[in-house]
Every structure is written in structure tokens, then in C-alpha cells.
Design a protein around this ligand. Structure first.
Ligand code: SF4
Length: 473
């Protein structure tokens, strides 16, 4: 797609900022207006939620967690599993009470689930208290849509299948000042047979490298210590850019920014993860030695049915090369058990791959059909109970491996970034190692945002525990 059609013009962005002012003027009799933004799903959705908060702030809204107090409620949804979708319908149902008590309240449904026609139809007919529905592709014009609801007192549904866009210069409200998400690209071209994302988030489009580097530089200069670069498939970054630029080149450019910070990224598709990327990671001091490389299955027939376009062997070769270059690298993955037609033996191929790779952590799922995807139409002869047995075997294997890996660090000194306060009185601070492993600590809350050297004293399946030895800055 031509780049001019993808990149929104300054004029288009300014128009949205003008709509922020217009909404603000319409609501001037509510000087203490509040909004609640609730986000479900992946980090890309979290980043989108922060942009919508930015736009709401520009419209003069403060923020609340209490739906009864909110003048505007935004539910930013995920479409990846049926369970997530049912939860949203439950939530929407419960919001009828808030709306009854506060009839001028505006309820918005957005995100991946909202982009689907069947969802919009259901909301139109069965959830009549929802005022505004729009998908990720229309998110940039949220101010204009909300203005339309306020001015015309009508429900608005904006889920046209637009070509995807890139919107630079929209405001953003970030959570905390230690970590930040930076989207580097949007959409996906891969059409894995089980996945709804390409249908709801449009085709791949990359932000200009100069814009990404500028945003990272500003964050680092403002004191942010860890930036996670986001994209559905970061490894195809740059394919649509006019200049010669791939994801490894982008990482190298960001790595040149001076400062004390770490760069992480997700998600990497194994078919596009190049040796160049691994070599760039290995030599870039600011790039965390951590790789989230979703394998999904360890069986070649299932991988083919999933349309993943790599094999068990090519995946294992990537892992081997990554470890050759970076022996300390932390590896994580996503796995689906019970893909339609997957047999017990094929599911056990996935368990054997997990034993072979020895991941640091896994995000594991039992297959959930998504209407509109090819996999949802495939015969699925095995029962949920059978899949659960295979799934439990996978979890047992990974839990044992995670516990062994964590235990191997006991007694060692590791560099961590202290990133948050927890409610546990014994371990009141949370931190992450360079590889992204969780370490619970006790100490002063003023240590949040600091790099420290910690001694690991204990561990379990999920995390490690330690003592602060030295504050590094
Ligand atoms: S790479 Fe596959 S699983 Fe990931 S977002 Fe794209 S289609 Fe979905």
C-alpha cells in the first residue's frame, strides 16, 4: 500500500486535536469530568489504551477506576480467545447499572473485538446502553467520534474495514516513568490460520525509524529505564518503508542513544527472525538478552496447518544460534495445545520441544476457535477434556524447567531494574533481571526506577527472591 495513504497528515491529526477542544467546550458545565479506560489483552492494546487516555486528557478528563463516577467509560477489548470475549459481554451487561444511575454517561467499546461486524451487530441489538463502537483502525479519530456522540445524541458504530493508518503526534498518558511501550509497527500480514489479528488490525505498516528513535530518545532523556518496542511481528519491520531498513537496523539505531536503559521487544515471528537480528542483539549493549519467540507447536504438520511457515528444525536452529551468540539469553514462547485435528502424539511433540529448548517461561493456551478464521472451520475431533490432559503435561514440564532455572541462580549476584511496589509485606518490591526474570525484594520504595545488584537467596517456579547488595543508579 502506498505510504501516503498510510501515514496520516499533520492536518488530519490537528483536526482530531481540534475535536478534543470541541468536546471540552461541549462539556464545560462539567469541569470535574472523569473517564475510566479499561484495557484487556496484549501490550499493543495497552499502548492503544494509553493513547486514548492521552486524547481524553486533552478533552479535559481526569481518570477514575470507579465506573459509577465516570462520565466516559472506554472498554478496550481483546479478540484472541472466546473467554475474553464472553467476559466483555458480562462487563457490558453489568454497566447497565452504572448507566441507569448516571444516564448522561457515555460507554465506548473499542479494540480488536469491536472491529468485528458480528460483535457490532450484537452490541447494536442487545447492549443498547453502549454509545460508541470502534475498532483499532479508527482509534486515531476517537475525539471526532466522541464529539459526534455528544453533539448528535446518537449511537455511533465505526468499524469500516479501512486501510490501516499510522498516526504520529497523538497525545499519550504513560503509566509510571520507569518503563514505556513504543509501537514500531501496526497490523500483521501473516494470517496464521487460528488468528483474528490480521482481520481486525489491518496490514503491516511501519512507523518511520526517525519517529521511533525520536520517541525513544525523549523517553530515555526523561528518565525511562526500559522501553519495550511493540509490533505484532516486529521482524517484518521496515518492509514497507521507502528506505533500506529492517528491525535489526532499527535496534542498532536506538542502541546508539546515550544513557542507562534497556530495550526489549515483542513479538518476534520465527519465520522472520534473522541471524542478523540475533547478531545485532548480541553486540548491542542496551538490547536485553531476552527473546520472546512464539513457537506455537513442535510438530511440523500442525505448524503447516497453522500456516506458521517454519519448521521445528528451523526453529531449533534459531534457538541454537541465539544461545551460541548469547549463552545467557532468556527465551520465552507462546504455545497452543489442541489445535483442530492435533493428535496426542503431535501435542507431545510440543512437550518434547519444550524439554529440548528449556524455555524460561511460557504463555500456554488451549485452542479457542475464532469465528472468521480458517482454523475455526477445521474438523476438531478431540474433546476439551482430552486437550486438558495434554495441556497439563505441558504445564508440568514447563513448571519443572522454570523451577530448575530459577534455582540455578540462587547464590548469584544479578543486575535488576526495580520496577514496582507490591502489597506483600515481606517482599514489597518487584524487579526484573536483564533477561526479564522476576525477582522479589524487600527495601525502600525510593529504589523504584533504580538499577541494583541483588543477591538471589531463594526461588520457586514463578520467581526468584533476593537482597539488594548495591544500588547502581
Ligand atoms: S503472526 Fe500470526 S499469530 Fe501473530 S498476529 Fe500475525 S497472524 Fe496472528
Amino acid at each position: 500500500m502506498e505510504r501516503e495513504k498510510v501515514l496520516l497528515t499533520e492536518e488530519q491529526i490537528k483536526r482530531q486535536l481540534d475535536f478534543c477542544k470541541k468536546v471540552s467546550a461541549l462539556l464545560e458545565d462539567r469541569p470535574n469530568r472523569l473517564a475510566k479506560v479499561e484495557t484487556f489483552g496484549c501490550q499493543q492494546n495497552v499502548a492503544d489504551g494509553q493513547r486514548m487516555m492521552g486524547m481524553l486528557q486533552e478533552m479535559g478528563f481526569g481518570f477514575t477506576e470507579d465506573e459509577k463516577q465516570a462520565d466516559v467509560i472506554v472498554i478496550n477489548t481483546c479478540a484472541i480467545r472466546d473467554h475474553a470475549e464472553q467476559r466483555i459481554y458480562g462487563l457490558l451487561g453489568a454497566l447497565t447499572h452504572a448507566k441507569k444511575a448516571k444516564p448522561e454517561q457515555v460507554i465506548c467499546l473499542c479494540g480488536c473485538m469491536a472491529q468485528q461486524q458480528r460483535v457490532a451487530d450484537k452490541v447494536k441489538n442487545s447492549y443498547r446502553h453502549v454509545d460508541l463502537v470502534f475498532g483499532p483502525q479508527a482509534m486515531w479519530k476517537f475525539p471526532e467520534l466522541l464529539h459526534g456522540v455528544y453533539q448528535r445524541h446518537r449511537r455511533i458504530f465505526s468499524i469500516e474495514d479501512e486501510h490501516g493508518t499510522i498516526a504520529e503526534g497523538l497525545p499519550v498518558v504513560r503509566e509510571g516513568n520507569v518503563k514505556a511501550w513504543v509501537s514500531i509497527m501496526y497490523g500483521c500480514n501473516n494470517f496464521c490460520s487460528y488468528c483474528i489479528v490480521p482481520y481486525v488490525r489491518g496490514r503491516e505498516r511501519s512507523r518511520d525509524a526517525a519517529e521511533v528513535v525520536k520517541e525513544c530518545r525523549e523517553l530515555i532523556e526523561s528518565g525511562v529505564k526500559e522501553i519495550t518496542l511493540l509490533g505484532q511481528n516486529v521482524n517484518s519491520y521496515g518492509k514497507d518503508l521507502p528506505e533500506e531498513m529492517d528491525f535489526a537496523d532499527l535496534l542498532a539505531k536506538i542502541n546508539e542513544i546515550p544513557g542507562d536503559y534497556l530495550i526489549r521487544f515483542m513479538t518476534s515471528h520465527p519465520k522472520d527472525a534473522s541471524r542478523k537480528l540475533l547478531e545485532t542483539m548480541a553486540r548491542s549493549e542496551h538490547v536485553a538478552k531476552q527473546l520472546h519467540l512464539p513457537v506455537q507447536s513442535g510438530n511440523n504438520r500442525v505448524l503447516k496447518e497453522m500456516n506458521r511457515r517454519y519448521t521445528r528444525e528451523s526453529y531449533l536452529e534459531l534457538v541454537r544460534y541465539a544461545r551460541e551468540l548469547m549463552p545467557e539469553i532468556a527465551l520465552t514462547s507462546d504455545i497452543i495445545i489442541g489445535f483442530p485435528g492435533e493428535t496426542e502424539a503431535e501435542a507431545m511433540d510440543t512437550v518434547s520441544l519444550v524439554e529440548e529448548v528449556r524455555y524460561d517461561a511460557l504463555f500456554t493456551f488451549i485452542y479457542s476457535p475464532r469465528p472468521g478464521t480458517p482454523a475455526a472451520k477445521m474438523p476438531d475431533p478431540f474433546t476439551r477434556a482430552e486437550k486438558q490432559v495434554w495441556f497439563d503435561r505441558l504445564l508440568d514440564a514447563q513448571n519443572r524447567i522454570s523451577a530448575e532455572k530459577h534455582a540455578s541462580f540462587v547464590g548469584q549476584s544479578l543486575r535488576v531494574l526495580i520496577d514496582g511496589v507490591e502489597e506483600d509485606s515481606r517482599w514489597n518490591l518487584s524487579s526484573r533481571t536483564t533477561g526479564g526474570r522476576l525477582v522479589h525484594l524487600s527495601g525502600e520504595e525510593s529504589l523504584v526506577g533504580k538499577y541494583c545488584r541483588v543477591k538471589i537467596t531463594d526461588s520457586n517456579t514463578w520467581a526468584m527472591f533476593g537482597e539488594v547488595e548495591e544500588i547502581l543508579g
